[in-house]
Design a protein around this ligand. Structure first.
Ligand SMILES: Cc1ncc(COP(=O)(O)O)c(C=O)c1O
Length: 376
């Protein structure tokens, strides 16, 4: 068996043609394709407004910047996340505060959030881990009670829903990732969604140098127009080449989701008697995005052995995630009031195996057989 990569995007009919058309159009920057992708993304997520960017990291950072978060402010987040959720908080000068996860869902625990609220707490960044929706009812209540901004890191959660309401639409802002391993990939890319028109307009300006006009309109057929700089902005906009990929990835997202559901169910059935902890049953009022198939094993020793074994057998795997407080860099930059986090133990014993649309039948069977063999 050739090496099975951990995550791989599919190539869809029309995608190459769209990219070629964009290349031939003479405009590669942010323009009509990016706007089309934004519109389609709003439709898909049932959100009012979308802003396409070059990453989810940019989306989170820009949102915090837009909200005016600064030194002295505290932002509560989960320890079981990718580093950039936490680094974005540091980049605006605020302090990340860790609230532990729930052992069953692996999502941030609302009770732990409330324990960590102080007069300095301004916002909450939650992560729908692996594609499982957080406890939105409790979290919304907390945000209302303490008047906190709510940012949903939806890097894993494009298709995720609760009671038919999309992840990313519960809070003030939803931030998405289109990185190479994500359910929708543009190579690199991200999106912010919100119901606040003015906020998205301001974020758009902030994402492109602080200009009051889009660059492509300056070079368009209406001719050159002077622009003003209204803020010190950044360069986080999405190009039309990336958006061309995104449009077709989005058109096929439900088809890809169905295939991942099939793989998910195959793994659940095949591994049910193994000495591992599998993802919990999905409640009927939830839609899981099936972004990560994460398995928890008995000890860190077993996890490391298993990672090596899979790698040696040409099966790509990953660790999502080592608990944030275990990285040396963050040690004196974050507030972590609890001594032993549930996330610490999970972070030492969790691993993820491939789950994506283009996995072939024989590859799935190979993964299942090898995985089971390890525990024999
Ligand atoms: C939970 C989470 N947040 C943020 C990010 C950052 O996304 P991007 O690579 O698009 O910046 C990732 C990417 O892996 C992620 O998994």
């Amino acid at each position: 068996m050739k090496f099975i990569t951990f995550g791989k995007p599919s190539l869809y009919p029309g995608e190459l043609k769209e990219i070629t058309n964009t290349l031939k159009s003479g405009w590669l920057g942010t323009g009509p394709k990016s706007y089309k992708f934004e519109k389609n993304f709003s439709n898909y997520t049932n959100s009012k407004y979308s802003l396409a960017l070059n990453s989810c990291t940019a989306a989170i950072f820009l949102t915090l910047k837009h909200l005016g978060l600064k030194k002295g402010d505290q932002v509560i987040t989960t320890p079981l996340t990718f580093c950039s959720t936490v680094s974005s908080i540091l980049h605006v000068g605020a302090t990340p505060v860790l609230a532990d996860i729930n052992q069953e869902t692996l999502n941030i625990d609302p009770q732990e959030i409330e324990k960590n609220i102080t007069t300095k707490t301004k916002a909450l960044i939650i992560v729908h881990f692996a594609g499982k929706i957080c406890d939105m009812q409790s979290i919304r209540k907390i945000c209302n009670k303490y008047n906190l901004f709510l940012i949903e890191d939806c890097a894993h959660a494009i298709e995720t829903k609760l009671d038919n309401k999309n992840a990313g639409t519960f809070g003030d802002f939803g931030c998405f990732s289109f990185y190479v391993t994500k359910n929708l990939s543009t190579g690199e890319g991200g999106m912010i969604i919100s119901k606040k028109k003015k906020a998205i307009q301001e974020l758009r300006t902030l994402s492109l140098h602080g200009m009051d006009r889009d660059a492509w309109k300056r070079y368009g057929k209406s001719g050159f127009k002077h622009y003003d700089i209204v803020r010190a902005g950044f360069k986080f906009n999405m190009s039309d080449i990336h958006a061309s990929i995104g449009i077709h990835q989005l058109n096929n997202i439900e088809k890809a989701w169905k295939k991942r559901e099939l793989i998910w169910n195959t793994y659940m059935k095949a591994f049910k008697n193994l000495p591992v902890v599998l993802p919990k049953k999905i409640p009927t009022n939830e839609k899981h995005s099936y972004h990560l198939f994460s398995i928890i094993v008995k000890s860190n020793k077993v996890r490391e052995k298993l990672l090596n074994y899979l790698q040696k057998n040409n099966i790509g795997c990953g660790v999502h995630y080592k608990s944030i407080n275990k990285y040396k860099f963050y040690k004196n930059k974050i507030i972590n009031r609890k001594k032993n986090l549930i996330a610490d133990k999970i972070g030492e014993t969790i691993l993820s195996i491939p789950i994506y649309e283009s996995l072939r039948k024989n590859e799935i069977k190979f993964i299942v057989d090898k995985f089971k063999k390890f525990f024999e």
